[in-house]
Ligand binder design. Structure first.
Ligand code: NAD
Length: 493
């Protein structure tokens, strides 16, 4: 076997191993073989990273003019554009996500840094219409302090940008914890951040397991905000952990996003959108449109066309530019998907296409596009987040019925509606309880579009103009404007 690539963590501007020299191997999902070795942060390493971030927060960084911090953000964006090929390749090797997507995404993610660079000097305070004589009161926005950014293994560049860029723009310092399942790309990213000359300790990148690394980070006294993306179970730990340090928490969690296709939908467009929504990135997207409701009049015809399209998806090596679906990211994913499919078939679910491990490679984690017809959406594949290329399909009759079915799930992240009727598109999108609704399209992101869910999909929005304020606190300052001594010290005024 070829020699493993070796990574180090980035703490306080230094490249370091774990203090106890512990490491773990990260696997290439294409062949299930280790390709890199990564330090496993101990509690001590994590503490060191947080203290470095705190020291940097007490230093020059928050005192820089916003436009000076913005220059670093733009420089990070430039680094992303210049190194998109390398970043894309590393992310693809580590996660199995297609190179055609990871490379393009690295370039596009640069725009998030540009966007927040542009916002850095647009956040204003207020002068309060205060109800007291001889008093002037103002509010300003101040940085929060050390931010812990906890990242899952999918879409890491995107999910890091939506936390790191606004945090830096507003003068915070950051400890990024990458996922132990695919940590490499964020270390490569840290090398690029270092090249911008950003003061040491402002950005630190570590990785390790939930315990001790994640736990130490999210309970640490000096951490003031936890920006978390991941699963709901981990989120429950995070919230409990934040009771220790009373830090603010934002949560971007999972989804089981419903999509409705009405009889009057433009079918080719709907098929493309649904395919992008559930088979793009092998369905390993938090906004995957995994519950599909098709109206009665077109049910058979539409389902046949959709299955035909799904069966033609080209499965292959993730670096191959022709490949449309690569492997799943890890073995746990494969097992979860197989278990849910088996239970669904036992309860009457019917496989329309796919359903079993793909023969493309027995060594990697390949699973084909799978469509399962379900009598009701309480079958396991239709109810649980699978994070894979599995689409559950149900039939509906009326608009009212489908709205109620779409809303009948614990999650509320994304959703989709396909119809030629503008008024129906407006009505249904308004009625869906989700943070995002796509009408006649699917799977779009933008720095200016708020991203995040409701219900068990979490709280707090990432991206969009308001998100920058989430990395600040309001400070009220009172000025006494009279030259006369103030009155009665024993009564609040
Ligand atoms: P996960 O919850 O297992 O892990 C996420 C991160 O949390 C990892 O870095 C992990 O090491 C860390 N972690 C684990 N235990 C911890 C603890 N006790 N304290 C602190 N940190 C801890 O999630 P995953 O399997 O990596 O990612 C998949 C999940 O992420 C899915 O549920 C998916 O829907 C969700 N996700 C959501 C979004 C979104 O924006 N809403 C985007 C992508 C993924």
């Amino acid at each position: 076997m070829s020699k493993l690539k070796k990574y180090q963590m980035y703490i306080d501007g230094q490249w370091v191993d774990a203090e106890n020299n512990k490491t773990f191997e990260t696997l290439n999902p294409e062949n299930n073989e280790p390709w890199a070795v990564v330090p496993e942060a101990s509690a001590k390493d994590t503490d060191k990273a947080v203290k470095a971030a705190q020291k940097a927060f007490e230093g020059e960084w928050p005192k820089l003019l916003p436009k000076e911090r913005a220059k670093f953000l733009r420089a990070i964006g430039d680094q992303l554009r210049e190194n998109a090929e390398m970043l894309g390749e590393i992310e693809t090797i580590d996660t199995g996500k297609l190179f055609r997507e990871t490379k393009k995404q690295a370039i596009y993610i640069a725009e998030y840094y540009d966007y927040y660079a542009g916002l850095a000097d647009k956040v204003e305070g207020t002068v309060l219409p205060i109800d007291k004589p001889n008093i002037q009161a103002i509010t300003t926005r101040i940085p929060i302090g050390v931010v812990a950014a906890i990242i899952p293994w999918n879409s890491q560049m995107f999910l890091t940008a939506t936390k790191l860029a606004p945090a830096l723009a507003m003068g915070n310092t950051v400890v990024i914890k990458s996922s132990e399942l695919a940590p490499a790309v964020l270390f490569e990213f840290a090398k690029l951040i270092e090249k911008t000359g950003i003061p040491k300790g402002v950005v630190n990148v570590i990785t390790g397991f939930g315990d001790p690394c994640g736990k130490t980070l999210t309970t640490h006294d000096l951490v003031e905000k936890i920006a978390f993306t991941g699963g709901p179970e981990t989120a429950r730990h995070i919230i409990k952990n934040s009771a220790e340090n009373l830090s603010e928490v934002s949560l971007e969690l999972g989804g089981k996003s419903p999509v409705a296709v009405f009889d009057d939908a433009e079918q080719e467009n709907a098929i493309n959108g649904i395919t992008a929504g559930i088979f793009g990135a092998s369905g390993q997207s938090c906004i995957a449109g995994s519950r599909l409701y098709i109206q009665k009049g077109i049910y058979d015809e539409f389902l046949n066309k959709l299955s035909e399209r799904a069966s033609k998806i080209k499965i292959g090596a993730p670096m191959d530019p022709e490949t449309e679906m690569g492997p799943l990211s890890n073995f746990k994913q494969l097992e979860t998907i197989e278990k849910n499919i088996k239970e669904t078939i036992d309860q009457g679910g019917k496989i329309k296409c796919g359903g079993e491990r793909h023969s493309f490679s027995n060594k990697g984690y390949y699973f084909p596009p799978t469509i399962i017809e379900c009598d009701n959406h309480n079958l396991p594949v239709a109810e649980n987040e699978l994070f894979g290329p599995v689409l559950s399909v149900m039939k509906f009759d009326t608009e009212e019925e489908v709205i109620s079915k779409m809303n009948d799930n614990q999650y509320g992240l994304s959703s989709g509606v396909y119809t030629s009727s503008l008024s129906r598109g407006m009505r249904v999108s308004k009625a869906i309880r989700a943070g995002i609704t796509f009408v006649n399209t699917y799977r779009l992101i933008s720095p200016s579009a708020p991203f995040g869910g409701i219900k068990d999909s979490g709280y707090g929005k990432e991206a969009g103009i308001d998100s920058i304020k989430d990395y600040t606190r309001v400070k009220t300052t009172w000025f006494y404007t009279s030259d006369e001594p103030s009155l009665d010290p024993f009564s609040i005024r």
